[in-house]
Design a protein around this ligand. Structure first.
Ligand code: ADP
Length: 494
């Protein structure tokens, strides 16, 4: 497992942007305060970043308000907006290496993952949304009576966007892409753990993007984030993060101006391995479903349900696979798993591992920190997990696989659906009837059959139950950033 951790590989990028981006200018925090950004490989501070609070949010919202109410953005031709987004995607491609290095440096995710998967996906998302910009239009409505009725699909206005640290750039694209395509202006608050790439990316926008259209404020949730969610001049708030914080966002929106809200929250996704499964393939996919991105995915397949007929073989092989997972410096070639994002998350995950051991699940492998510095955790596998254990109920957000045994399809449907979450599910079977039965019965926003984490720009993503409100990506995401105006005119000479 061990790739050397002793010498830290130096990322090939400079940290150039640490101030807020407000009205097209980089500016210090109103308070003058800064906070540290860390390298999770070592826990060392790599930059000090402007620390936003309510006053910075006020300034950013004022800029976004002006750019919406007076600025050319919502009135610009949709084709021009589309071209600006396409040009941005080209610039992202050009700066792919730096952006990927910065993303991995600040978040600990493998550089190869950033450079080969996430950055191409980031550019693709902007091209996808650029494609929508000039295809948004209303309807002509055949109402009763002598009236000409049409609907206009208009931007909502100033969009507040609060994003998490597990996929800083991808989350930026899911939020900023559709908001811009629909003609909104934006105040984005990045996660306090990962402020760097949002600033870098926002700075890459070509000059054609008028000042104030996209503002980026760094800072904490309870100060900057809460100020954005409760701002009276923000028309819409989109949030991705924990279910607990999602509830706060909805409450703040309700208590202030009833701004529209979309939430993409936690999950505890079942990954169901049926009795006909080819075990080797099922093991590999279940491993990927859980361990990808250090296990820090809202949709991670974190309840691995395995049919009793293949259970023993599956557990043996899942353990063997976890033991070969390459943990190490995310900048080293071939490394599959870097550090967790922060000391807080590191402690939290180790706490859940302890709880698993105490609740008498069987610890098959892992369970300890990896190395002696930074926030690395050994790939960990528990078997013999029961539904009522904490590790089967809570979102762990770490490299901890929990394997549960089941006997038949009705039982696994019932058990999979007992979760308060409903984000995603994986199904592994060759039987089309089993796949159809499961995919219709599971109360989740995404079902992956014989695949997992397929994230195409066109595929909607979002949660049932306490996993969220609304859908991002695809045609569905446009609804989040548009409102409908009905326009009625009498017909004089029908
Ligand atoms: P995590 O536990 O994964 O860090 P959070 O939901 O706390 O998830 O964080 C996701 C985003 O929400 C971050 O940008 C964070 O700053 C923000 N946030 C956290 N608490 C609040 C809050 N009370 N109000 C607004 N935003 C918040």
């Amino acid at each position: 497992t061990a790739a050397a951790l002793e010498e830290t590989i130096t990322p090939s990028v400079q940290i150039s942007y640490t101030q807020h981006l407000i009205n097209g200018q980089f500016v210090d925090a109103a308070s003058g305060k800064t906070f540290p950004a860390y390298d999770p490989r070592t826990g060392e501070v790599i930059a000090r970043v402007a620390e936003g609070d309510a006053e910075d949010i006020n300034r950013a919202v004022a800029a976004a308000r002006k750019a919406f109410d007076e600025g050319p953005w919502p009135k610009m031709s949709a084709y021009e907006r589309s071209l600006i987004m396409l040009r941005f995607a080209d610039l992202v491609d050009k700066h792919r290496g730096e952006l990927a290095a910065l993303e991995s440096w600040n978040s600990g995710k493998p550089y190869e993952q950033s450079a080969k998967s996430e950055l191409p996906s980031f550019a693709r998302l902007f091209r996808y949304y650029a494609g929508w910009a000039d295809k948004i239009h209303g309807l002509t409505v055949p109402a009763d009576g002598k009236h000409h009725v049409q609907t206009l699909h208009e931007p909502i206005g100033v969009a507040g966007q609060i994003i998490p640290w597990n996929f800083p750039l991808i989350m930026f694209a899911w939020k900023v892409g559709p908001a811009l395509a629909c003609g909104n202006t934006i105040v984005l608050k990045s996660a306090e753990q990962t402020p760097l790439t949002a600033l870098y990316a926002a700075k890459l926008f070509p000059r054609g993007l008028p000042p104030g259209v996209l503002n980026v404020v760094s800072g904490d949730g309870p100060s900057a984030g809460a100020a954005l969610a409760s701002h009276m001049d923000v028309d819409k708030i989109a949030f991705t993060g924990s279910t607990e914080t999602g509830k706060i966002i909805l409450e703040l929106a309700a208590k202030s101006n009833l701004k529209q809200v979309t939430l993409e929250l936690g999950g505890k996704s079942p990954f169901i391995v049926c009795e006909d499964a080819e075990v080797d393939k099922a093991v590999e996919l279940a491993h990927f479903a859980l361990f990808f991105n250090q296990g820090q995915c809202c949709c991670a397949g974190s309840r691995t349900y395995v049919h009793e007929r293949v259970y023993d073989e599956f557990v043996e092989k899942a353990k063997a696979r976890a033991l070969t997972r390459v943990v190490g410096d995310p900048f080293r070639k071939g490394v599959e798993q870097g550090p967790q994002i922060s000391s807080e998350q590191f402690e939290k995950v180790l706490g859940y591992i302890k709880s698993g051991v105490e609740s008498s699940a069987t610890l098959e492998c892992g369970g300890q920190r990896f190395g002696s510095r930074g926030y690395f955790i050994q790939p960990t596998v528990f078997s013999n997990v029961q539904d009522d254990m904490l590790i089967a109920q809570d979102e762990i957000f770490g490299p901890v696989q929990s394997i549960l045994k089941f006997k038949n399809i009705d039982e696994v449907i019932r058990r999979a659906n007992t979760s308060r979450y409903g984000l995603a599910a994986g199904i592994f079977t060759k039987n089309i009837d089993t796949a159809n039965t499961l995919s219709r019965a599971l109360r989740v926003g995404t079902v992956w059959i014989n695949c997992f984490d397929v994230f195409d720009a066109a595929i909607p993503f979002g949660g049932y139950k306490m996993s969220g409100i609304g859908r991002e990506k695809g045609i569905y995401s446009l609804n989040n950033y548009l409102q409908v105006k009905a326009v009625v005119t009498p017909l004089k000479n029908p």
